[in-house]
Write a protein that binds this ligand. Structure first.
Ligand code: AMP
Ligand code: ZN
Length: 114
């Protein structure tokens, strides 16, 4: 989608600090990090949210998780621990309507989230 910010990052039309890329997935540093490590892992193809994952995207959810696992290791937080978050819709505060997995780590985090 031409007007979608994360589609534009995936297409390299908008710069980002890319930390991983393959044919399906791209991951980059969050512009407003909430932890020492804060990455966003997204499918390159436009999927608005978890609600829109369907048979057309059979690999996406599993691949996002596996890339997150590998990036946690790469970023040095695999052992100390990390949080994976997928905000979905209004009540969760999803601001960007392109599916993204937050990977947060490098500090202790509270629960439940506010
Ligand atoms: P969410 O509230 O789950 O939709 O999260 C959107 C995230 O995207 C926020 O953590 C923002 O800081 C982040 N963000 C917004 N614009 C950019 C950008 N241009 N590059 C990297 N991260 C961004
Ligand atoms: Zn998009």
């Amino acid at each position: 989608m031409a007007e979608c910010l994360f589609c534009r990052i995936a297409a390299k039309e908008i710069p980002a600090q890319v930390v991983y890329e393959d044919e399906l997935i791209i991951a980059f540093r969050d512009i407003n990090p909430q932890a020492p490590v804060h990455l966003l892992i997204i499918p390159k193809g436009h999927v608005a949210s978890v609600r829109e994952i369907d048979e057309a995207h059979p690999l996406v959810a599993g691949r996002l998780l596996r890339v997150a696992r590998d990036l946690a290791k790469q970023e040095g937080v695999a052992e100390s621990g990390y949080r994976l978050v997928v905000n979905t819709g209004q009540d969760a505060g999803q601001a960007i309507a392109h599916l993204h997995l937050h990977l947060l780590g490098g500090r202790a985090m509270g629960w439940p989230p506010g």
